[in-house]
Design a protein around this ligand. Structure first.
Ligand code: AMP
Length: 112
């Protein structure tokens, strides 16, 4: 297995976990881009958002429900941003579907 996020799921690489169940894992990003920056990933290896199909799309709704729940628990009442980078020009560096949740400062728009 070469995927770093699959290794985190398998417990082969440590991570600062926030939440875990049979479908997903949430953990803090190792290189935070905001005061709060965590990732939510499916346990199923899906390479990117470009690989979402009717057969696997329910995990995306599940992840967004979890993002809302964790935002409440972490008291991100001033707002947060959910980001998915897809593909080379989208800025994706890890080829395992993941959603960034960023908060704790005013985030610029549009992104660079
Ligand atoms: P992306 O560039 O959208 O593919 O995001 C990949 C993210 O994974 C980056 O923000 C990295 O900082 C983060 N990352 C890479 N390796 C680890 C790790 N071992 N633990 C936590 N976050 C990681």
């Amino acid at each position: 297995m070469s995927c770093i996020f699959c290794k985190i799921i398998a417990g082969e690489i440590p991570a600062n976990k926030i939440y875990e169940d049979e479908k997903v894992l949430a953990f803090y990003d190792i290189d935070a881009k905001a005061p709060v920056h965590f990732l939510i990933i499916p346990k199923e290896h899906i390479t990117s958002a470009a690989e979402i199909t009717p057969a696997n799309s329910s995990i995306v709704a599940y992840i967004f429900e979890l993002a809302a729940k964790l935002a409440k628990e972490l008291k991100l009442e001033n707002g947060f941003r959910i980001v998915n980078n897809c593909g080379v020009e989208g800025g994706q560096t890890v080829e395992h579907l993941h959603f960034h949740v960023l908060a704790g400062r005013l985030l610029a728009w549009p992104p660079g």
